[in-house]
Design a protein around this ligand. Structure first.
Ligand SMILES: *Cc1c(COP(=O)(O)O)cnc(C)c1O
Length: 636
């Protein structure tokens, strides 16, 4: 074995950066999770997965860790509490969880439970999300913030919810909603709690930036804000105005954008105060980023910590309020991604591979080969550090020739096969030479891409990590085991769908800090399942996931650390979609499908094409197929 070590693996896959205090590689070479943070109990994820498979849970599995939910809630609330104390800020911190980030019931329940101590509330962006909030939220005094498009039904429900003891604030996202709120409030004789969403001129940043300025979808312009205040005054309802809100987008990579936005919003708050609107809550929206790639400088990363975020929010608000002698408002933040991204991991297995690289090549009877094969043989034998640039260009040309000569009928299939095999062998040798040579980085990069294998994986990108496909977002992907061995191959990952977009070909590359186009992996071993995990998949992915090629929801398992003495506990198993369920989404009924297949088999039996036992076998498989998992599944 080489001098490879677990530490080298940690560095290579960047887990020491993106794993936060939850994920790392243990001395046995497996990925390990400590859901309660560094000091908490540790679970070997490889043993966990083997254990779950033994219990009949099917790969791919989505693992959820409620303890991480708790830890993230505590982390964020703790950061704000520390900042408030340090700056002697007079308001409180009141977080809300935006349901749209992940609406799964068990998760929302965990968020409410673990957030009770911090009065963590909910943010609803639509009527269905408000319906969830009203039923689930039972923390006294926790906020329910209503955003998104609203109709009178939405507004009336929000108003009446106050009578259930809920602290519901309706945010005016578009001017037309203000009058609707006032009218409904009068009709029901309930004092509304109103928020205004400000359109900021500070541009958001990063991949999910909202359009800012006059063109943004939601929010009120300065003149609309002035108009709203006049209108509320005229209705004698200015005291109902309790909150000022803004949201500049999700996953803001840079703290500078966040500070600028807070300052602009804080100025608006002080101006509203001057006009008689005594705002109780400053709602700074979402945007708190997650470090997906550990680089600290890409759109998938952040250049700040949670504590720096809290410090900047608190100190920027404080300085502007103090300057204008305005009382400090309570601070609301709507962080979703930061609360839940770390809480789930998708586990999948590799079904097989397409190997391109031939390490060595032996050519015999050189003089009997075609000119082209002889030229390639020459490159193979003589490439070195000094001539690599020249030989690389020659090789590229010869590869093109191979294709052309074959098409023109000059090269035989046999000679072409030799040329191909030699080309791969050259690529391998050149990559080794390029490592040592000066000025060969570009060549090396190109060769690495050429030489990467394709690993076929048992999952659907579209269902489980859709942002990887739609937005080229990086998710950390890493083998769950074998980290004592050097991952000597490089691969891109192809999923189960037939779509050419159904693959992952952008990975964390800690050697360059830029995204790499292949992932270091271990060679597959006969008879041993190779497991990998896509991490930080808890935010947005589940609900955006679609049924491309009819691959449905995966099995989901909630794993908690055992409070007494080590080990873990399976809280819930949420079974993934069966084929029947997925087909029902597109309006096929099980009974009709079966009936049709039965009829066809009957007529084939009559025509003598199908025997009775074949018919029975076909129907048995058909029925089992309908009842089964949409992914590939070998019962063990
Ligand atoms: C989506 C959204 C959020 C959540 O943003 P994160 O970046 O995930 O924290 C918060 N507030 C509003 C209004 C949103 O639309």
């Amino acid at each position: 074995m080489s001098d490879w070590s677990v530490d080298k693996s940690s560095e290579l896959y960047g887990i020491e950066y993106w794993g936060a205090e939850y994920f790392r590689i243990n001395p046995q070479g497996n990925v390990e999770v400590s859901p309660q943070g560094l000091k908490g109990p540790k679970i070997d994820m490889m043993s966990l997965v083997e254990d779950l498979v033994e219990r009949g849970i099917r790969i791919p599995i989505l693992l959820r860790f409620p303890d991480i939910v708790k830890s993230r809630i505590e982390l964020l609330a703790g950061c704000f509490q520390r900042a408030i104390k340090e700056y002697n800020y007079q308001g409180e911190y009141r977080g809300v969880y935006p349901i749209k980030v992940n609406q799964q019931r068990h998760l929302v329940e965990e968020i409410i439970d673990h957030g009770r101590e911090y009065k963590l509330g909910l943010e609803a962006g639509s009527k269905p999300e408000l319906l969830i909030s009203l039923a689930m939220m039972d923390t006294p005094d926790a906020l329910i913030i209503c955003n998104g498009f609203k109709d009178p039904e939405y507004i009336e429900m929000a108003l009446i919810s106050q009578k259930l003891g809920r602290n519901t604030i309706i945010v005016v996202d578009r001017m037309a909603e203000l009058e609707m709120i006032v009218n409904s409030a009068k009709k029901l004789d309930i004092r509304p709690k109103i928020g205004l969403r400000a359109k900021l001129y500070t541009p958001g940043a990063g991949r999910w930036a909202e359009t800012s300025g006059a063109r943004s979808k939601f929010g009120l312009t300065p003149s609309e804000i002035v108009h709203s205040i006049d209108y509320l005054k005229s209705q004698e309802m200015l005291d109902s105005l309790e909150l000022l809100h803004f949201h500049i987008g999700s996953q803001i990579p840079s703290i500078q954008s966040i500070k600028l936005a807070i300052k602009e919003a804080a100025r608006t708050l002080t101006e509203i105060y001057g006009l008689g609107g005594h705002i109780k809550y400053m709602d700074v929206g979402g945007g708190l980023g997650v470090d997906y790639d550990g680089s600290g400088r890409s759109d998938s990363s952040t250049n700040y910590s949670e504590q720096e975020y809290a410090n900047d929010v608190v100190s920027s608000l404080l300085s502007i309020c103090d300057e204008k002698k305005v009382p400090h408002p309570h601070i609301v933040s709507e962080s979703g991604r930061s609360l839940v991204a770390h809480t789930s991991v998708l586990i999948f297995d590799v079904l097989g591979m397409n190997e391109v690289a031939k390490k060595e090549y032996h050519l015999t009877e050189v003089e009997k080969q075609s000119r082209l094969v002889q030229d390639l043989w020459d490159i193979y034998q003589n490439v070195n550090k000094k001539n690599i640039n020249e030989y690389y260009n020659d090789w590229v040309e010869k590869k093109r020739d191979t294709q052309n000569l074959y098409s023109y009928g000059v090269l035989s299939l046999e000679q072409r096969a030799k040329a191909d095999d030699l080309s791969w062998a050259i690529a391998c040798r050149m990559a080794e030479v390029a490592l040592e040579a000066e000025d060969a980085e570009d060549i090396l990069k190109e060769l690495k891409r050429e030489l990467s294998d394709t690993y076929f994986c048992n999952f659907s990108v579209f269902q489980s990590i859709p942002d990887s496909w739609a937005l080229d977002q990086l998710f950390p992907i890493i083998p769950l085991h074998r980290h004592q061995e050097e991952p000597v191959r490089r691969a891109t990952l192809a999923d189960l769908t037939c779509d050419s977009d159904g693959h992952v070909s952008q990975f964390i590359d800690t050697t360059t800090g830029e995204a790499g186009d292949s992932l270091p992996v271990h060679p597959l071993k006969e008879g041993q399942t190779y497991y990998m995990g896509a991490f930080l998949a808890g935010a947005y992915q589940e609900i955006l996931g679609d049924l491309h090629n009819l691959f449905g929801d995966t099995d989901t398992v909630h794993i908690s650390v055992n409070p007494e003495g080590g080990g873990y506990h399976v809280d819930h198993v949420v079974e993934g979609d069966s084929v029947t369920e997925v087909l029902a989404y597109v309006e096929y009924s099980r009974s009709e499908l079966l009936e049709r297949v039965r009829k066809t088999t009957e007529s084939s039996i009559l025509k003598g094409r199908l025997s009775r036992s074949e018919a029975r076998l076909l129907l048995k498989h058909y029925e089992q197929g309908l009842a089964g998992y949409t992914y590939l599944f070998e019962s063990k």
